[in-house]
Design a binder for this molecule. Structure first.
Ligand SMILES: [Zn+2]
Length: 112
């Protein structure tokens, strides 16, 4: 699979960490966009929602979005997601996360 260096436009193999042309750190590049994913409103159990969250974050980190917005509802899934995100942040897989002040049922995760 190829990815495009957002700095210089070169097509680069997605396994590379740095652009061979302009030396930019590819895994830090983002286009400022936010992806929204609902992980809690199709009758998911907590374990399913957490798996969904992990795979969405994994694939989003390979892309160019800056943030992923997780719609988590207001119940147990939300609590467990916040715990899991704390862990991901500790490991450095995500930069930061916060519950949206105007909508507690959604969490904004800063990927890059
Ligand atoms: Zn480049």
């Amino acid at each position: 699979m190829q990815q495009i260096c957002l700095e210089c436009g070169m097509s680069v193999n997605e396994t590379m960490d740095y652009c061979p042309k302009c030396d930019n750190a590819l895994n830090l590049q983002h286009d400022g966009s936010t992806i929204t994913v609902d992980i809690a409103h199709q009758g998911e159990r907590v374990s399913e929602a957490l798996r969904k969250m992990q795979s969405e974050i994994d694939s989003a980190r390979k892309g160019v979005a800056m943030c992923i917005r997780l719609v988590v509802g207001s119940g147990l899934i939300r609590d467990e997601v916040l715990l899991a995100l704390r862990d991901l942040k500790f490991r450095g897989d995500i930069k930061n996360f916060e519950s949206e002040s105007f909508n507690a049922g959604a969490v904004l995760v800063r990927l890059k």
